[in-house]
Design a protein around this ligand. Sequence first.
Ligand code: SOE
Length: 381
Amino acid sequence: MNVGMVGYKFMGKAHSHAYKDVGMFFDMNADVVMKAICGRDEQGVKDAAAKFGWESYETDWRKLVARPDIDIVDINAPSDAHKEITLGAIANGKHVFCEKPLALNLADGREMLEAAEKAGVKHAVCFNYRFLPAVQLAKQIIDEGRLGDIHHYRATYLQDWLVDPNFPLAWRLKKEVAGSGAHGDLNAHCIDLARFLIGEFDRVIGHNRTFVKERPIPASTTGLSGTASEQMGEVTVDDATGFLADFKNGAMGSFIATRFATGRKNGNTFEIHGSKGTIRWDLERLNELEVYFRDDEPNEAGFRRILVTEGTHKYAGNWWPTGHIIGYEHGFVHIVYEFVQHITEGTPFAPTFLDGVRCQEVLEAVDLSIERGSWVNVSEV
Ligand code: SOE
C-alpha cells in the first residue's frame, strides 16, 4: 500500500509516525510504503520528507494524486483544502484518508461522500480517539449492556492555547480556512465519540463566544504556537462552543469545546451515566478508564480505575508488556492499521466519510440553533 500524503506540519508528523510504526507493531496484510509527501513550500516539504522518512516529495497535490505509484491519498492540510484534494484523489481512483472535520461545511462533506461512494474507493476520516484502548473498552462495556440504559452523556474538550490575547491569528482562527473554531476542531471529536459510544443525536441547542475578536497577524506559526507581527486581524471563528443534546436513545447530553480553559491542555473527556453504572475517561490520562457498577458489593462499591494495558485490551497487546503505557500518537497508528486492513482484506471499517458527514450534520445543527436561539432537529440540516 503506497501512501501519498498532503500536509507536513503537526498532523503530517502524527500521520507519518503512524505509517512508519504500523508495520513494526501490527501484522499487516500489505507493507505500508511512505511513497511521497506533498506541500507548497519546497524547502519545507523536502526537509519533512527527509526527517519523517518519505521516499519522495511533490509541491503540487495535483501531481501527487495523479501518480500511478500511489494507492492511498492522506490529506492533513487545513480544512479548506480537503474537498478539492479528495475529489482529485477520487477522480484518480485513490483511496482517501482525510483529517477531521471532513469539510468546511456539510454540503461539501456530502459531495465528498457521494463522490467516494460512486467511485467505489475506500474512505476514512481521522477520528483518532476512537482507536485508543480505553475508549475501545468503554465501547465494549456499553455494547455488553453493562451500563444499562444510558441517561447522561457529558463531554468536554478543553484547551487553553488562546487565552493569551497576543497569540497570533493562525489559520485555525479564520473561518474561510478552518470552517469554524473550537466547534469544528474539538466538538467534532466529542460528537464522533458520542456517536461511536452511545448512538445518534436527535436535537441540539447551543451557544458560542469569541472572547478575543482581534489578534496579531502571524509572523510565523507551527502547530499550536507562533510569533506575532505588529498588524492586527479579525478572528472569524468561535473560541468556545457549548451545546445541549437529546439522543435518539433518550439520553441527555452536554458538550463544551473551548480554547480558553486556562490550565487545561487537551482535556478531551466523557462521562456516561447509565441505569446500571457509569464510566469516565480523560485524554490527559488516556490509558485509564474509570468505572462504577451498581451491582458491586455495597461495602466495596465505588469508582475503580482500570489500567487499560493488558494484552486482552484492544490494540494494547500489540505494544508493550502489561502496564507499559501508550500515548497520543498511538491512536493514529491504530486507525491506519484498521484502514489498511480494510482496503487489503475487506475487514469492516469506520469512521468513513459517512461518519464525517453525520458529525458535520450535528456541528451545523448546533450553529443553526445558535442563529435561531432554539432547539434544532439534526434531521433538519
Ligand atoms: C488542535 O486544537 C488539535 O490538534 C486538534 O486539531 C486535534 O484534532 C486534537 O486532537 C488536538 O488538538
